[in-house]
Design a protein around this ligand. Structure first.
Ligand code: ZN
Length: 458
């Protein structure tokens, strides 16, 4: 059995691993590279394998850095079956359609700029037609712990990774060996999803290392900070903005706000979910309560529930979104993008950031170079898409809403896997090295940092 690391090697995005076993070729994940320009450029390069030679593709979950290049894979010749859990299949459709839409719009914008300079711009990596072709290849959708024969003599078992709805740890059995991919492992006590499953006994494990060198704050502290922000800002008559990622984080924030509302800790206000993508993913969540943890299942069996309670309003159309601007106070506005790099949050920032009665709560990681990061770093004035705006609103950074395991959780998970061979993927250098040295110290294991395009024997 051989594994080639085709992505998420020495970086956190572009997850893609090629497994050759029993004369078959299986791909686990086909994610998009994100972040620095040099990384994004990889999305345009040919795959380091022939797409038509791949027998089947397994998706661990529906985040773009794990499924974002599937339409390109299909356009370039892949015709096999795509397997994943039912929620992953449903969410991936929405995420891929959104990605195609953004790419086509960006490409059109770049083409207009390039034409003025007499140059040619790069086309989108894929479009909606490619997404529809990819979606037609979604096949069997196993539940957790089911054994599925996927190609020749190769068996697949998915286990709950507890990261986002439907996310999986991927177990492959072939040639008498077991290979386990952690996928993205969730945090403990995250709202809605279960804690990550114990790993199956394996000959080799590939484990993510996103926070391989860190410990998270507790979720309780973060919920307390969010509550304080809402009470403070609504109490002084302002609006509170929450830039949020559409998938999982938004649903978790709604869940926590619902609990505040039920405990009568929420001041009188309107909660706007102002993002068509987040509304679409929230509706998918609502269809899969059986995949939630016990507390989540109990909460969603009631009416009202976290996705449907009196102060919550879904703002679907552009007109509905613009109408929120007329409110000078009393609104909690959840809108994308999570790092303020586009989307409807931009016009809410224009209307509220200058106002010292208002506030903004960051509930997710803000990458260097983004507008969100400049606000978090304390800029007095920021450029909001061509317009200078002074930052007078209060800023809260709430770090505990992580849907990734931290170092102690990763090490404990590896201890239970008991695999003799460990490869570290999906991390920046600090996370990879931090986890490697902790694993050596605590478990006496030599975990190897996977290199891009390297092939190893299991
Ligand atoms: Zn993920």
């Amino acid at each position: 059995m051989h594994v080639t690391f085709c992505g998420a090697a020495e970086t956190v995005t572009g997850s893609c691993h090629l497994i050759e076993a029993s004369g078959k070729r299986i791909l686990v994940d086909c994610g998009m590279f994100q972040g620095e320009r040099s990384l994004r450029q990889r999305n345009r390069e040919p795959f380091p394998f022939e797409p038509s030679s791949i027998d089947c593709l397994v998706l661990s979950h529906a985040h773009l850095d794990h499924c974002g290049l599937v339409p390109k894979l299909v356009r370039d010749g892949f015709r096999g079956e795509i397997l994943c859990t039912p929620p992953t299949a449903e969410i991936a459709r929405v995420i891929l359609a959104d990605s195609a839409h953004i790419q086509v719009e960006d490409a059109a914008y770049r083409a207009r700029k390039a034409r003025r300079r007499g140059e040619r711009a790069e086309p989108p990596i894929y479009d909606m037609g490619d997404v529809l072709d990819a979606v037609s290849l979604f096949g069997r959708q196993p539940g957790y712990a089911e054994v599925t024969r996927i190609a020749g003599e190769v068996d697949l078992v998915l286990h709950d990774a507890g990261h986002i709805l439907g996310s999986s740890i991927v177990e492959l059995r072939a040639e008498g060996k077991t290979l386990v991919f952690s996928g993205d492992l969730g945090n403990l006590h995250q709202p809605i999803v279960q804690d990550p499953s114990s790993p199956p006994a394996a000959d080799a494990v590939l484990i993510e290392s996103t926070y391989g060198d860190r410990r998270h704050k507790t979720i309780e502290d973060s919920v307390g900070e969010l509550r304080e922000a809402i009470q403070t800002v609504i109490g002084r008559g302002g609006n509170l903005l929450i830039p949020s990622f559409a998938l999982e984080r938004t649903q978790e924030v709604l869940y926590e706000i619902f609990l505040m509302w039920r405990k009568r800790e929420l001041p009188a206000c309107a909660i706007y979910l102002d993002s068509p993508l987040a509304i679409a993913t929230t509706r998918i969540f609502a269809r899969y309560p059986d995949w939630f943890d016990a507390e989540g299942q109990a909460l969603f069996a009631t009416d009202p529930n976290p996705f449907s309670f009196p102060p919550l309003r879904f703002s679907q159309t552009t007109d509905e979104s613009k109408r929120i601007n007329a409110k000078s106070g009393g609104a909690v506005i959840i809108a994308g993008s999570g790092m303020c790099s586009g989307g409807r949050i931009i016009h809410h920032l224009r209307h509220n950031l200058w106002n010292d009665r208002c506030g903004i709560v960051f509930v997710g990681y803000q990458a260097a170079g983004t507008l969100g990061r400049r606000i978090v770093d304390g800029a007095d004035r920021v450029n909001v898409f061509g317009e200078e705006v002074s930052v007078r609103a209060s800023v809260w950074t709430v770090n505990g809403f992580s849907s990734h395991a931290d170092q102690p959780i990763l090490v404990d998970w590896l201890r239970r896997a008991g695999a003799p061979k460990v490869f570290l993927v999906h991390g920046e250098l600090s996370g990879l090295q931090g986890l490697a040295s902790r694993v050596k110290q605590d478990l006496g294991l030599d975990a190897r940092i996977a290199r891009w395009k390297e092939t190893v024997e299991i």
